[in-house]
Design a protein around this ligand. Structure first.
Ligand code: SF4
Length: 369
């Protein structure tokens, strides 16, 4: 069995570890490229949201490399995600690929069910081995997110931004190759220290909350690398969701660590008091929380036509007015271009820096010259 899965940010690293721990051969999809996008767009319905198209490109590329099993998450609720796996399977079968699709349904807090789903996927693994594989993958995920959060903090403040990104990329690769939990911890600690010790500028930086649809937030290739661009424009970006939050809340029912999901739902209540699918409610609740934490602005990102985020966008205007926090919404599809996205980010950052009487970032000054 040669297993592959969709690309979503750095999730491929813990997923590789998980499947290897289940004694499966893993063919990770290649990084998302122009070719991935072109394949996905060519074979997906035109009206499908961008993540489905990118998934399709991932699967075709992985199967061209020999993958014969696709592992995909299932879902439910009032948006299109619940149909993704079925639609993708039918398109790939029509294209003539011979493969098996395994759909992992989020058990929403029944841990034993998840363990059994994973054990069933693994060839000849005991429940204990499946548990060990999950534990090691979780350790890698946590280490990666610590590195990501440190980069989000350090990049806008760093004197040498290229150097900061190099430390991060090197650490990611080392975590990917690590064979034990101790090794993962050592790499993370050393890299975090190296990032902290790098020279920083003394000027205050903007704080921007990034909210929206989960895939667009987690996969930089789907959003023209918004978070990195903002970091380079001297803005500290905090995301409303990280993969570990989703895993903890939906797969483990908040068992792995304290969850802030209830708090986010509570914050959304005065503005949106019912489920709209996807992460629509989380978008509203997180915006309220970021405003209360004195963030300077909010950027909402989502695939074009994403229904839950369109609902959330219609409410963000009121949140923005009442809590006095500027909000900007950006939708992405296969036609989004880095130059256009970057121009909008520059304008938003420029507006926030002027509002807060902060000096313009050197990159903005360069663009204006
Ligand atoms: S949340 Fe949005 S992008 Fe995701 S499947 Fe639903 S409609 Fe599509």
């Amino acid at each position: 069995m040669k297993v592959s899965f969709p690309h979503m940010g750095y999730l491929y690293i813990p997923l590789k570890t998980l499947f290897k721990g289940l004694k499966l051969e893993v063919i990770a999809p290649p990084p998302i490229s122009q070719k991935t996008m072109e394949l996905g767009v060519k074979y997906s319905p035109e009206f499908a949201c961008l993540p489905l198209k990118i998934n399709m490109g991932n699967f075709i590329e992985a199967m061209e490399q020999g993958a014969d099993t696709i592992v995909m998450a299932g879902g439910w609720g009032p948006c299109r995600f619940g149909y993704y796996a079925q639609v993708e399977r039918e398109i790939l079968q029509e294209l003539g690929y011979d493969f098996k699709m395994v759909i992992l349904e989020a058990p929403d807090s029944r841990i034993s069910e998840l363990l059994l789903q994973l054990k069933a996927l693994g060839e000849k693994v005991s429940v204990r081995e499946a548990y060990k594989a999950i534990r090691f993958a979780w350790k890698k995920l946590i280490a990666i997110e610590k590195l990501e959060k440190m980069l989000e903090y350090c990049l806008p403040r760093a004197v040498d931004k290229n150097h900061m990104e190099t430390i991060f990329e090197r650490a990611l690769q080392a975590v990917d190759e690590a064979e034990s939990q101790q090794e993962v911890e050592k790499i993370a600690q050393e890299s975090l220290r190296e990032m902290e010790k790098s020279p920083f500028k003394s000027a205050e930086v903007l704080k921007i909350g990034l909210v929206g649809e989960i895939y667009t937030i987690l996969e930089p290739a789907s959003n023209c690398h918004v978070a990195r661009c903002l970091g380079r424009l001297d803005a500290h970006v905090s995301r409303s969701i990280y993969v570990s939050d989703w895993v903890n809340d939906h797969l483990f029912g908040g068992y792995l660590r304290k969850s802030n999901h209830k708090q986010i739902m509570q914050s959304s209540r005065p503005y949106l008091n019912y489920e709209v699918g996807g992460h629509g409610r989380e978008t509203v609740g997180s915006t309220v929380d970021f405003a209360r934490l004195d963030y300077n602005g909010i950027i909402q990102i989502a695939p074009l036509t994403c229904m839950p985020e369109i609902v959330a966008q219609s409410i963000l205007g009121k949140v923005s007015e009442e809590l006095e926090i500027p909000c900007m919404t950006m939708y992405f599809d296969e036609h989004s271009g880095a130059a256009g996205v970057y121009t909008r980010l520059e304008a938003f950052v420029d507006m926030l820096q002027r509002k807060k009487n902060l000096p313009s970032s050197p990159l903005l000054l360069e663009a204006r010259a």
